[in-house]
Write a protein that binds this ligand. Structure first.
Ligand SMILES: [Zn+2]
Length: 335
């Protein structure tokens, strides 16, 4: 009786173990499918938990012009825009750049009887390179990658451009920039016949943090402060690929980017007539504008402070050069 009972127990235990094993096999067969669905399973079969964050500057990177200059120039012409903006910066100082741009845009609106929508239409028509858009699409289609913008432009102009060109959904990790504000303002509150006018102003991105203490960056934005904030919200630090052209991209390149990260720095000269162009552009054929300042700024920081980025640096000027670099990074991460 005892023996029979023991035999029955063993049989039950055996059946139970087989059942457990079958459950385990079932789970093991489902896991890769689920992880592939989530984008966490590499083609090689290795588990892919880490991600790559592509951080984009905006002016002369996503677009092929400077948004703060392009929009007033679309109302008063490039030469007049430059003349007035230069005079305003000389009077108020470079730290007041965004106030000067806002004042110039308000002047343009008054003189041209332009509306807020006219200004946003100008922003939406800023020129961009076809292959830069292609690079953005390549990254956005890779489920292991996220994209964000850190820009010293403003959210009103950036979003008007991205929405018009169906690029806003690319930036899954958000847009960090200054805040463009529109205020309704009547010239004379007692005169009901006066048309209400929308006044544009810019609030610094750094107000989000109560300012910043970086001696190397202008008061509106320190990209190191922003990028560290973005990375602090990640459970595991992603690899960072940073795409930029300006002096203010050097601060995060030196202070945040690490070995294993990549800086895709724009090198060479700008086109000379960006404000005469609009919408999608093929590769330019002339480069007689000013030099992109990022590489010269990196060299100066090395000379003056002995600081160099720890990350790998690759350079590009044409849209195709950037797209090739992006594709090689994406392909490597798939191996
Ligand atoms: Zn800084």
């Amino acid at each position: 009786m005892y023996i029979t009972h023991q035999a029955d127990f063993s049989k039950l235990e055996f059946v139970e173990k087989i059942g457990n094993a079958a459950e385990i096999l079932l789970v093991l067969s489902i896991v890769p499918t689920y992880l592939r669905y989530c984008g966490l399973w590499r083609r090689s079969g290795a588990l892919m938990m880490e991600t790559t964050l592509f951080v984009w500057d905006f002016d002369w990177t996503v677009i092929n012009c400077n948004s703060d200059e392009y929009i007033p120039a679309s109302f008063i012409g490039s030469d007049e825009m430059e003349r007035r903006l230069r005079a305003m910066i000389k009077q108020h100082g470079p730290a007041k750049w965004h106030d000067c741009v806002a004042d110039l845009i308000n002047d343009c609106m008054t003189e041209s009887k332009a509306t807020k929508q006219d200004v946003l239409n100008a922003a939406a028509s800023m020129p961009y390179l076809s292959d830069v858009r292609g690079a953005l699409e390549d990254i956005a289609n890779d489920s292991k990658c996220g994209l964000c913008i850190i820009s010293d432009g403003n959210d009103e102009f950036i979003k008007a451009f991205l929405k018009r060109n169906n690029m806003i959904d690319f930036f899954s990790r958000g847009i960090e920039t200054n805040f463009g504000i529109w205020d309704n303002n009547k010239d004379d509150d007692n005169d009901n016949t006066t048309m209400s006018k929308e006044l544009f102003s810019v609030v610094h991105q750094s107000t989000k943090y109560g300012g910043h203490s970086c001696a190397k960056c202008p008061p509106n934005l320190c990209k190191t402060q922003v990028l560290l904030d973005i990375l602090s919200k990640e459970t595991q630090r992603p690899r960072v690929v940073y795409i930029g052209d300006g002096s203010n991209d050097v601060c995060p390149a030196i202070n945040v980017l690490e070995k294993g990260d990549v800086l895709l720095a724009r090198k060479g000269n700008k086109i000379s007539n960006p404000n005469a162009l609009s919408g999608e552009q093929q590769e330019p054929s002339e480069f007689s504008g000013q030099e992109f300042p990022i590489m010269a700024t990196i060299e100066r920081r090395q000379r003056e402070d002995g600081l160099i980025p720890r990350c790998r640096i690759s350079t590009w000027n044409l849209g195709k050069e950037l797209r090739d670099l992006v594709q090689s990074i994406l392909n490597l991460s798939d191996v």
